[in-house]
Write a protein that binds this ligand. Sequence first.
Ligand SMILES: Nc1ncnc2c1ncn2[C@@H]1O[C@H](COP(=O)(O)OP(=O)(O)O)[C@@H](O)[C@H]1O
Ligand SMILES: [Mg+2]
Length: 255
Amino acid sequence: MEALISVQHLHKYHQEDLILDDISFSIEMGDLVSIIGPSGCGKSTLLRCLNCLDTFDAGTVTIDGITLSRPMQEKLQAVDEEFLDRAHALRQHVGMVFQSFNLFPNKTLLENIMLAPIVVKKEQHDVARAKAMALLEKVGLLGLAHRRPWSLSGGQKQRAAIARALAMQPKVMLYDEPTSALDPGMVEEVLEVMRHLDHEGMTQIIVTHEMRFARDASDYIIYIENGKIVEISDEDEIFISPKDERTRRFLRRYM
Ligand SMILES: Nc1ncnc2c1ncn2[C@@H]1O[C@H](COP(=O)(O)OP(=O)(O)O)[C@@H](O)[C@H]1O
Ligand SMILES: [Mg+2]
């Protein structure tokens, strides 16, 4: 089967610092992949490059047939117009969920979810509304459609943020520590939404410290340290017998 997502030799610098060092992996449609690793290893930067919130300096990213590619160069260069156009097209296929929800505070949940389909996709109001209500139902928030984010719990806000990302009908969902800002009692309701989406066949990449979820729900796990992939492993194997000593050391802290 051809990969839905392919990342080849991705390099990313901040000034002189190499933040992502020759990252390569591919993900098939319907997979759920967890990315784990210590703080500062480059997990967020990697997701931002996949979602084109950030540009990368060399390598190739392909998502659903749209390819962004930059050659290795002596000196770092700014990206050109064509790259930006492609990045814009690619971003339409990628949904992103952040640790801090990033909902529009002055809008109701329903309005939050309807906004991008209407503004970006030029969907009819009625169509966007019906889809948004269906998504609210899917994440268990139908009764809260007219509430504003401030009146909701963290778990409810995060489920709304997932519904909002889904409204653009992405080919893949990216989550950057989606449960890290939540009280422990609310973690499970958010993980449950991701499990449900997995059963529906959504492709998902999750940066997480929830090791039990990573082990139970993932098709495989990518361990990153210092901007490099240390190992890509089967979800059980990495916990039972990690291939690399660095992975073993990291996981020991969570077991
Ligand atoms: N805008 C930036 N400018 C300079 N360095 C950055 C910037 N964003 C992130 N970094 C650095 O890149 C590295 C990776 O950061 P990040 O991707 O946020 O890691 P993680 O999400 O794994 O904690 C860190 O060393 C961080 O300090
Ligand atoms: Mg991060």
